[in-house]
Design a binder for this molecule. Structure first.
Ligand code: FAD
Length: 411
Protein backbone atom coordinates (compact mmCIF):
# COMPACT_ATOMS: atom_id res chain seq x y z
CA UNK A 1 0.00 0.00 0.00
CA UNK A 2 1.45 3.33 -1.02
CA UNK A 3 1.74 5.90 1.73
CA UNK A 4 2.08 9.41 0.34
CA UNK A 5 2.76 10.62 3.86
CA UNK A 6 6.28 9.30 4.31
CA UNK A 7 6.70 10.47 7.89
CA UNK A 8 3.53 9.69 9.72
CA UNK A 9 2.21 12.48 11.91
CA UNK A 10 -0.29 11.95 14.72
CA UNK A 11 -3.77 12.32 13.29
CA UNK A 12 -4.59 16.00 13.62
CA UNK A 13 -7.95 17.31 14.77
CA UNK A 14 -10.10 19.27 12.35
CA UNK A 15 -9.03 22.51 14.04
CA UNK A 16 -5.38 21.62 13.50
CA UNK A 17 -6.09 20.81 9.86
CA UNK A 18 -7.89 24.13 9.42
CA UNK A 19 -5.01 26.03 11.06
CA UNK A 20 -2.36 24.10 9.10
CA UNK A 21 -4.08 24.80 5.79
CA UNK A 22 -4.58 28.46 6.71
CA UNK A 23 -0.82 28.73 7.29
CA UNK A 24 -0.54 27.27 3.78
CA UNK A 25 -2.85 30.04 2.55
CA UNK A 26 -5.81 27.72 2.04
CA UNK A 27 -8.72 29.12 4.03
CA UNK A 28 -11.12 26.25 4.45
CA UNK A 29 -14.14 28.20 5.65
CA UNK A 30 -13.88 30.63 2.76
CA UNK A 31 -13.46 27.76 0.30
CA UNK A 32 -16.42 25.80 1.69
CA UNK A 33 -18.64 28.91 1.71
CA UNK A 34 -17.81 29.54 -1.90
CA UNK A 35 -18.35 25.88 -2.87
CA UNK A 36 -21.71 25.86 -1.09
CA UNK A 37 -22.94 29.03 -2.76
CA UNK A 38 -21.62 28.09 -6.21
CA UNK A 39 -22.56 24.37 -6.12
CA UNK A 40 -25.83 24.79 -7.99
CA UNK A 41 -24.20 26.83 -10.74
CA UNK A 42 -21.41 24.24 -11.06
CA UNK A 43 -24.02 21.48 -11.23
CA UNK A 44 -25.94 23.28 -13.98
CA UNK A 45 -22.92 24.27 -16.06
CA UNK A 46 -20.43 21.48 -15.36
CA UNK A 47 -17.85 24.23 -14.87
CA UNK A 48 -15.96 25.57 -11.87
CA UNK A 49 -17.52 29.00 -11.24
CA UNK A 50 -15.15 31.99 -11.32
CA UNK A 51 -16.09 32.90 -7.74
CA UNK A 52 -14.18 29.88 -6.47
CA UNK A 53 -10.88 31.33 -7.69
CA UNK A 54 -11.65 34.56 -5.85
CA UNK A 55 -12.21 32.62 -2.62
CA UNK A 56 -8.84 30.85 -2.61
CA UNK A 57 -5.44 31.09 -4.22
CA UNK A 58 -4.90 28.63 -7.05
CA UNK A 59 -1.47 27.66 -5.69
CA UNK A 60 -2.95 26.72 -2.32
CA UNK A 61 -5.60 24.62 -4.02
CA UNK A 62 -3.03 22.99 -6.34
CA UNK A 63 -0.92 21.90 -3.39
CA UNK A 64 -3.81 20.31 -1.56
CA UNK A 65 -3.01 16.55 -1.29
CA UNK A 66 0.60 17.07 -2.45
CA UNK A 67 3.20 15.28 -0.25
CA UNK A 68 4.96 17.56 2.22
CA UNK A 69 8.39 16.97 0.67
CA UNK A 70 7.03 18.43 -2.57
CA UNK A 71 5.49 21.50 -0.98
CA UNK A 72 2.23 20.11 0.43
CA UNK A 73 0.75 21.08 3.78
CA UNK A 74 2.03 19.06 6.76
CA UNK A 75 -1.40 19.08 8.43
CA UNK A 76 -2.99 16.94 5.71
CA UNK A 77 -0.40 14.27 5.04
CA UNK A 78 -2.01 11.22 6.62
CA UNK A 79 -4.93 9.58 4.86
CA UNK A 80 -6.99 9.97 8.05
CA UNK A 81 -6.51 13.76 7.95
CA UNK A 82 -7.35 13.78 4.25
CA UNK A 83 -10.60 11.90 4.83
CA UNK A 84 -11.52 14.48 7.48
CA UNK A 85 -10.78 17.27 5.00
CA UNK A 86 -12.70 15.59 2.19
CA UNK A 87 -15.76 15.04 4.37
CA UNK A 88 -15.73 18.76 5.15
CA UNK A 89 -15.51 19.67 1.44
CA UNK A 90 -18.11 17.02 0.50
CA UNK A 91 -20.52 18.73 2.89
CA UNK A 92 -20.06 21.91 0.82
CA UNK A 93 -20.42 20.31 -2.63
CA UNK A 94 -19.39 16.84 -3.83
CA UNK A 95 -18.96 17.74 -7.52
CA UNK A 96 -16.75 20.72 -6.73
CA UNK A 97 -14.77 18.74 -4.13
CA UNK A 98 -13.83 16.36 -6.96
CA UNK A 99 -13.16 19.19 -9.37
CA UNK A 100 -10.70 21.11 -7.19
CA UNK A 101 -7.23 21.48 -8.69
CA UNK A 102 -4.36 19.28 -7.58
CA UNK A 103 -2.81 15.96 -8.56
CA UNK A 104 -5.97 14.05 -7.59
CA UNK A 105 -6.15 10.43 -8.67
CA UNK A 106 -2.82 10.69 -10.48
CA UNK A 107 -0.88 11.01 -7.20
CA UNK A 108 -1.08 7.41 -5.87
CA UNK A 109 0.24 5.71 -9.04
CA UNK A 110 2.99 8.33 -9.27
CA UNK A 111 4.03 7.56 -5.69
CA UNK A 112 3.78 3.82 -6.28
CA UNK A 113 5.45 3.59 -9.68
CA UNK A 114 7.57 6.65 -10.42
CA UNK A 115 11.25 7.24 -9.69
CA UNK A 116 12.15 10.05 -7.23
CA UNK A 117 13.08 12.24 -10.20
CA UNK A 118 9.75 11.56 -11.94
CA UNK A 119 7.90 12.25 -8.72
CA UNK A 120 9.68 15.57 -8.20
CA UNK A 121 8.98 16.60 -11.82
CA UNK A 122 5.30 15.62 -11.48
CA UNK A 123 4.64 17.41 -8.18
CA UNK A 124 6.64 20.48 -9.22
CA UNK A 125 3.93 21.19 -11.79
CA UNK A 126 1.48 21.91 -8.97
CA UNK A 127 3.64 24.55 -7.28
CA UNK A 128 2.12 27.12 -9.57
CA UNK A 129 -0.07 30.22 -9.42
CA UNK A 130 -2.49 28.94 -12.06
CA UNK A 131 -4.79 25.97 -11.38
CA UNK A 132 -3.32 22.60 -12.33
CA UNK A 133 -5.04 19.23 -12.47
CA UNK A 134 -3.78 15.68 -12.60
CA UNK A 135 -5.91 12.85 -14.03
CA UNK A 136 -5.86 9.07 -13.97
CA UNK A 137 -6.84 7.31 -17.20
CA UNK A 138 -7.48 3.59 -17.17
CA UNK A 139 -11.14 3.02 -18.16
CA UNK A 140 -11.85 2.39 -21.85
CA UNK A 141 -15.11 2.26 -23.81
CA UNK A 142 -14.87 -1.53 -24.23
CA UNK A 143 -13.46 -2.39 -20.83
CA UNK A 144 -14.66 -0.57 -17.75
CA UNK A 145 -14.73 -2.90 -14.78
CA UNK A 146 -12.38 -5.39 -16.45
CA UNK A 147 -9.53 -2.90 -16.81
CA UNK A 148 -6.82 -5.49 -17.47
CA UNK A 149 -8.43 -6.16 -20.86
CA UNK A 150 -7.48 -2.64 -21.99
CA UNK A 151 -6.78 -2.00 -25.66
CA UNK A 152 -4.78 1.20 -25.63
CA UNK A 153 -1.34 0.31 -26.94
CA UNK A 154 2.12 1.55 -26.01
CA UNK A 155 4.72 0.88 -28.70
CA UNK A 156 8.41 1.41 -28.03
CA UNK A 157 10.06 3.73 -30.57
CA UNK A 158 13.60 4.98 -31.14
CA UNK A 159 12.76 8.13 -29.12
CA UNK A 160 10.57 6.58 -26.46
CA UNK A 161 6.92 5.52 -26.67
CA UNK A 162 3.90 5.94 -28.93
CA UNK A 163 0.38 5.70 -27.45
CA UNK A 164 -2.77 4.84 -29.38
CA UNK A 165 -6.22 4.30 -27.95
CA UNK A 166 -9.20 5.84 -26.15
CA UNK A 167 -9.88 6.41 -22.46
CA UNK A 168 -13.28 7.35 -21.10
CA UNK A 169 -14.92 8.68 -17.91
CA UNK A 170 -11.72 10.49 -16.92
CA UNK A 171 -12.37 12.78 -13.95
CA UNK A 172 -11.13 16.31 -14.74
CA UNK A 173 -9.82 14.82 -18.00
CA UNK A 174 -10.57 17.88 -20.13
CA UNK A 175 -8.80 20.27 -17.78
CA UNK A 176 -5.88 18.01 -16.85
CA UNK A 177 -2.36 19.31 -17.33
CA UNK A 178 -0.87 15.87 -16.82
CA UNK A 179 -2.43 12.44 -17.06
CA UNK A 180 -1.25 9.10 -15.77
CA UNK A 181 -2.39 6.87 -18.63
CA UNK A 182 -2.29 3.09 -18.64
CA UNK A 183 -1.60 1.20 -21.87
CA UNK A 184 -0.55 -2.30 -22.86
CA UNK A 185 2.68 -3.31 -24.54
CA UNK A 186 1.29 -6.80 -25.13
CA UNK A 187 -2.36 -7.71 -24.61
CA UNK A 188 -1.52 -11.41 -24.33
CA UNK A 189 0.36 -10.67 -21.10
CA UNK A 190 -2.83 -9.36 -19.44
CA UNK A 191 -2.10 -7.17 -16.41
CA UNK A 192 1.65 -7.81 -16.75
CA UNK A 193 1.65 -6.19 -20.18
CA UNK A 194 0.31 -2.95 -18.73
CA UNK A 195 2.52 0.11 -18.31
CA UNK A 196 1.81 3.55 -16.87
CA UNK A 197 2.87 6.78 -18.62
CA UNK A 198 2.90 10.39 -17.58
CA UNK A 199 1.33 12.27 -20.46
CA UNK A 200 1.36 16.10 -20.51
CA UNK A 201 -2.08 17.47 -21.40
CA UNK A 202 -0.68 19.36 -24.41
CA UNK A 203 0.94 16.30 -26.05
CA UNK A 204 0.29 16.37 -29.83
CA UNK A 205 -2.20 13.63 -30.74
CA UNK A 206 -4.02 13.81 -27.38
CA UNK A 207 -7.54 15.14 -27.95
CA UNK A 208 -10.50 15.66 -25.61
CA UNK A 209 -13.15 13.98 -27.79
CA UNK A 210 -16.08 14.54 -25.49
CA UNK A 211 -17.18 15.76 -22.08
CA UNK A 212 -19.96 13.54 -20.74
CA UNK A 213 -23.37 14.86 -19.78
CA UNK A 214 -23.49 13.44 -16.30
CA UNK A 215 -26.31 12.65 -13.93
CA UNK A 216 -24.33 13.93 -10.95
CA UNK A 217 -20.90 15.14 -9.82
CA UNK A 218 -21.09 17.30 -12.93
CA UNK A 219 -18.36 19.79 -12.05
CA UNK A 220 -15.82 16.95 -12.16
CA UNK A 221 -16.27 16.84 -15.95
CA UNK A 222 -15.75 13.25 -17.09
CA UNK A 223 -13.92 13.31 -20.42
CA UNK A 224 -13.26 10.92 -23.27
CA UNK A 225 -9.59 11.24 -24.26
CA UNK A 226 -8.32 9.99 -27.61
CA UNK A 227 -4.63 9.26 -28.04
CA UNK A 228 -3.54 9.12 -31.70
CA UNK A 229 0.15 8.47 -32.31
CA UNK A 230 1.06 10.34 -29.13
CA UNK A 231 4.86 10.44 -29.08
CA UNK A 232 6.39 10.44 -25.61
CA UNK A 233 10.01 10.51 -24.46
CA UNK A 234 11.43 7.39 -22.82
CA UNK A 235 11.24 9.09 -19.41
CA UNK A 236 7.42 9.24 -19.66
CA UNK A 237 7.28 5.55 -18.68
CA UNK A 238 6.78 5.38 -14.93
CA UNK A 239 9.33 3.13 -13.28
CA UNK A 240 10.80 3.13 -9.81
CA UNK A 241 14.37 2.92 -11.06
CA UNK A 242 16.03 2.79 -14.44
CA UNK A 243 17.96 -0.40 -13.83
CA UNK A 244 15.23 -2.97 -13.52
CA UNK A 245 12.31 -3.90 -15.76
CA UNK A 246 8.85 -3.03 -14.56
CA UNK A 247 6.78 -6.05 -13.60
CA UNK A 248 3.37 -4.90 -12.49
CA UNK A 249 2.36 -1.33 -13.29
CA UNK A 250 -1.26 -2.35 -12.83
CA UNK A 251 -0.58 -2.56 -9.11
CA UNK A 252 -0.15 1.24 -9.25
CA UNK A 253 -3.77 1.51 -10.40
CA UNK A 254 -4.90 -0.82 -7.65
CA UNK A 255 -3.05 1.29 -5.10
CA UNK A 256 -4.77 4.38 -6.47
CA UNK A 257 -8.16 2.71 -5.93
CA UNK A 258 -7.22 1.50 -2.45
CA UNK A 259 -6.07 5.00 -1.51
CA UNK A 260 -8.94 6.89 -3.08
CA UNK A 261 -11.89 4.72 -2.05
CA UNK A 262 -11.89 5.99 1.56
CA UNK A 263 -11.17 9.53 0.34
CA UNK A 264 -14.04 9.60 -2.14
CA UNK A 265 -16.30 7.85 0.35
CA UNK A 266 -15.57 10.70 2.75
CA UNK A 267 -16.79 13.19 0.16
CA UNK A 268 -20.09 11.31 -0.02
CA UNK A 269 -20.32 11.07 3.78
CA UNK A 270 -19.96 14.86 3.83
CA UNK A 271 -22.74 15.05 1.26
CA UNK A 272 -24.95 12.82 3.44
CA UNK A 273 -24.32 15.13 6.39
CA UNK A 274 -25.33 18.08 4.25
CA UNK A 275 -28.55 16.24 3.32
CA UNK A 276 -29.22 15.55 6.99
CA UNK A 277 -28.61 19.22 7.87
CA UNK A 278 -30.90 20.45 5.06
CA UNK A 279 -33.63 18.07 6.22
CA UNK A 280 -33.33 19.21 9.83
CA UNK A 281 -33.47 22.87 8.73
CA UNK A 282 -36.58 22.17 6.64
CA UNK A 283 -38.45 20.47 9.47
CA UNK A 284 -37.23 22.94 12.12
CA UNK A 285 -38.70 25.72 9.99
CA UNK A 286 -42.12 24.04 10.11
CA UNK A 287 -41.88 21.99 6.92
CA UNK A 288 -44.16 18.96 6.85
CA UNK A 289 -43.21 15.42 5.85
CA UNK A 290 -44.35 14.55 2.33
CA UNK A 291 -46.28 11.53 3.58
CA UNK A 292 -49.34 12.35 5.74
CA UNK A 293 -48.73 9.08 7.59
CA UNK A 294 -45.49 10.35 9.11
CA UNK A 295 -45.54 12.03 12.52
CA UNK A 296 -42.82 14.22 14.04
CA UNK A 297 -41.56 11.24 16.02
CA UNK A 298 -41.22 9.26 12.79
CA UNK A 299 -39.19 12.04 11.18
CA UNK A 300 -36.90 12.19 14.20
CA UNK A 301 -36.52 8.45 14.03
CA UNK A 302 -35.52 8.67 10.36
CA UNK A 303 -32.99 11.41 11.12
CA UNK A 304 -31.47 9.23 13.84
CA UNK A 305 -31.21 6.38 11.33
CA UNK A 306 -29.38 8.71 8.95
CA UNK A 307 -26.98 9.73 11.74
CA UNK A 308 -26.31 6.09 12.56
CA UNK A 309 -25.45 5.23 8.96
CA UNK A 310 -23.24 8.28 8.54
CA UNK A 311 -21.34 7.44 11.72
CA UNK A 312 -20.82 3.82 10.67
CA UNK A 313 -19.55 4.86 7.23
CA UNK A 314 -17.22 7.45 8.74
CA UNK A 315 -15.77 4.87 11.14
CA UNK A 316 -15.15 2.54 8.20
CA UNK A 317 -13.39 5.33 6.30
CA UNK A 318 -11.21 6.26 9.23
CA UNK A 319 -10.41 2.64 10.03
CA UNK A 320 -9.29 1.99 6.44
CA UNK A 321 -7.34 5.25 6.29
CA UNK A 322 -5.68 4.54 9.65
CA UNK A 323 -4.52 1.16 8.34
CA UNK A 324 -3.26 2.67 5.09
CA UNK A 325 -1.27 5.26 7.04
CA UNK A 326 0.43 2.35 8.79
CA UNK A 327 1.27 0.57 5.52
CA UNK A 328 -1.15 -2.26 6.29
CA UNK A 329 -2.96 -4.01 3.44
CA UNK A 330 -6.26 -2.23 2.90
CA UNK A 331 -7.70 -3.50 -0.39
CA UNK A 332 -10.64 -5.33 1.19
CA UNK A 333 -11.24 -2.59 3.78
CA UNK A 334 -11.25 0.02 1.02
CA UNK A 335 -13.70 -2.11 -0.96
CA UNK A 336 -16.03 -2.55 2.02
CA UNK A 337 -15.79 1.18 2.79
CA UNK A 338 -16.72 2.15 -0.75
CA UNK A 339 -19.52 -0.41 -0.98
CA UNK A 340 -21.03 0.71 2.31
CA UNK A 341 -20.61 4.44 1.68
CA UNK A 342 -22.21 4.23 -1.75
CA UNK A 343 -25.11 2.16 -0.38
CA UNK A 344 -25.84 4.56 2.49
CA UNK A 345 -25.44 7.56 0.18
CA UNK A 346 -28.07 6.10 -2.15
CA UNK A 347 -30.33 5.27 0.80
CA UNK A 348 -30.00 8.58 2.63
CA UNK A 349 -30.40 10.79 -0.44
CA UNK A 350 -33.48 8.83 -1.58
CA UNK A 351 -35.00 8.87 1.89
CA UNK A 352 -34.45 12.64 2.06
CA UNK A 353 -36.46 13.15 -1.13
CA UNK A 354 -39.26 10.94 0.19
CA UNK A 355 -39.35 12.77 3.51
CA UNK A 356 -39.13 16.33 2.21
CA UNK A 357 -41.31 15.90 -0.89
CA UNK A 358 -41.68 18.55 -3.54
CA UNK A 359 -42.02 21.38 -1.03
CA UNK A 360 -38.78 20.43 0.70
CA UNK A 361 -36.91 19.91 -2.56
CA UNK A 362 -38.02 23.33 -3.82
CA UNK A 363 -36.75 24.95 -0.62
CA UNK A 364 -33.56 22.86 -0.49
CA UNK A 365 -32.33 22.09 -4.03
CA UNK A 366 -29.18 20.45 -2.59
CA UNK A 367 -31.39 17.45 -1.70
CA UNK A 368 -32.12 16.70 -5.35
CA UNK A 369 -28.54 17.34 -6.46
CA UNK A 370 -27.18 15.05 -3.74
CA UNK A 371 -29.43 12.23 -4.96
CA UNK A 372 -27.88 12.50 -8.44
CA UNK A 373 -24.36 12.85 -7.04
CA UNK A 374 -24.85 9.64 -5.05
CA UNK A 375 -25.88 7.79 -8.23
CA UNK A 376 -22.70 8.86 -10.03
CA UNK A 377 -20.59 8.03 -7.00
CA UNK A 378 -21.87 4.45 -6.99
CA UNK A 379 -20.22 3.88 -10.41
CA UNK A 380 -16.88 5.61 -9.90
CA UNK A 381 -13.85 3.82 -8.47
CA UNK A 382 -15.41 0.47 -9.41
CA UNK A 383 -19.18 0.04 -9.44
CA UNK A 384 -21.07 -0.74 -6.24
CA UNK A 385 -22.11 -4.08 -7.75
CA UNK A 386 -18.52 -5.11 -8.27
CA UNK A 387 -17.47 -4.04 -4.79
CA UNK A 388 -20.25 -6.19 -3.35
CA UNK A 389 -19.21 -9.08 -5.56
CA UNK A 390 -15.63 -8.78 -4.36
CA UNK A 391 -16.75 -8.80 -0.76
CA UNK A 392 -19.00 -11.80 -1.33
CA UNK A 393 -16.22 -13.61 -3.10
CA UNK A 394 -13.79 -12.96 -0.28
CA UNK A 395 -16.35 -13.92 2.33
CA UNK A 396 -17.41 -17.14 0.70
CA UNK A 397 -14.00 -18.05 -0.71
CA UNK A 398 -15.42 -18.37 -4.17
CA UNK A 399 -13.15 -19.52 -6.95
CA UNK A 400 -10.99 -16.75 -8.39
CA UNK A 401 -12.59 -16.87 -11.83
CA UNK A 402 -16.08 -16.04 -10.50
CA UNK A 403 -15.68 -12.47 -11.76
CA UNK A 404 -14.42 -12.46 -15.29
CA UNK A 405 -11.17 -10.54 -15.57
CA UNK A 406 -8.52 -10.47 -12.92
CA UNK A 407 -8.55 -6.69 -12.44
CA UNK A 408 -10.49 -6.87 -9.23
CA UNK A 409 -8.78 -9.78 -7.55
CA UNK A 410 -9.02 -10.06 -3.80
CA UNK A 411 -5.62 -10.13 -2.11
C1 FAD B 1 -18.12 9.84 -11.70
C2 FAD B 1 -17.14 8.86 -12.30
C3 FAD B 1 -15.77 9.15 -12.28
C4 FAD B 1 -14.85 8.27 -12.86
N1 FAD B 1 -13.52 8.62 -12.89
C5 FAD B 1 -12.64 7.83 -13.55
C6 FAD B 1 -11.27 8.25 -13.71
O1 FAD B 1 -10.87 9.33 -13.26
N2 FAD B 1 -10.44 7.43 -14.39
C7 FAD B 1 -10.84 6.24 -14.92
O2 FAD B 1 -10.02 5.57 -15.52
N3 FAD B 1 -12.13 5.81 -14.78
C8 FAD B 1 -13.04 6.58 -14.11
N4 FAD B 1 -14.35 6.18 -13.99
C9 FAD B 1 -14.75 4.83 -14.44
C10 FAD B 1 -15.16 3.96 -13.23
O3 FAD B 1 -14.07 3.83 -12.36
C11 FAD B 1 -15.71 2.55 -13.55
O4 FAD B 1 -14.69 1.63 -13.55
C12 FAD B 1 -16.35 2.41 -14.82
O5 FAD B 1 -17.35 3.42 -14.98
C13 FAD B 1 -17.03 1.04 -14.91
O6 FAD B 1 -17.04 0.73 -16.26
P1 FAD B 1 -18.33 0.84 -17.17
O7 FAD B 1 -19.05 2.10 -16.85
O8 FAD B 1 -17.85 0.60 -18.56
O9 FAD B 1 -19.25 -0.35 -16.67
P2 FAD B 1 -19.14 -1.89 -17.01
O10 FAD B 1 -17.85 -2.45 -16.53
O11 FAD B 1 -19.48 -2.10 -18.45
O12 FAD B 1 -20.32 -2.45 -16.11
C14 FAD B 1 -21.70 -2.23 -16.48
C15 FAD B 1 -22.55 -2.86 -15.39
O13 FAD B 1 -22.25 -4.27 -15.27
C16 FAD B 1 -21.85 -4.59 -13.95
N5 FAD B 1 -20.75 -5.58 -14.01
C17 FAD B 1 -19.57 -5.42 -14.64
N6 FAD B 1 -18.81 -6.53 -14.49
C18 FAD B 1 -19.55 -7.39 -13.75
C19 FAD B 1 -19.30 -8.71 -13.24
N7 FAD B 1 -18.17 -9.35 -13.47
N8 FAD B 1 -20.26 -9.28 -12.51
C20 FAD B 1 -21.43 -8.64 -12.25
N9 FAD B 1 -21.72 -7.40 -12.71
C21 FAD B 1 -20.79 -6.79 -13.44
C22 FAD B 1 -21.39 -3.29 -13.32
O14 FAD B 1 -21.59 -3.27 -11.91
C23 FAD B 1 -22.28 -2.27 -14.00
O15 FAD B 1 -23.50 -2.15 -13.31
C24 FAD B 1 -15.29 7.05 -13.43
C25 FAD B 1 -16.67 6.75 -13.45
C26 FAD B 1 -17.58 7.64 -12.90
C27 FAD B 1 -19.04 7.31 -12.97
Amino acid sequence: MVNPSRSLPCDPTFEEIRAGLAAHRLHLDRLARSMRSEGQLADASGQIPEALWKACEARALNLNLVPVEHGGCAAVQSLVSRTVLMEYLGHADAGLALALPGPGLAAPPILALASPRQQAAFFRRFDNDTPRWGAFAITEPDCGSDATAMRMTATETAQGWRLNGTKCFITNGARANCIVAFATVNRRQGRYGIRAFLVPGDTPGLVVSRIERMIGLRASQLAVLTFTDCELPAKALLRRDDEHPLHDAFSGAQQAWDYFRPLLSSIMIGTCRRVRDELATFFDAGGLPASPHLRVADVNDRLLGIDRRITAARLLCHHTAWQADRQLATSMDATITKAYASRIAAHITREALELAGLEGIAAHPALEQSYRDAKAYDIMEGTGDLQRLMIARAAQRMPRDFIWGSALSVP
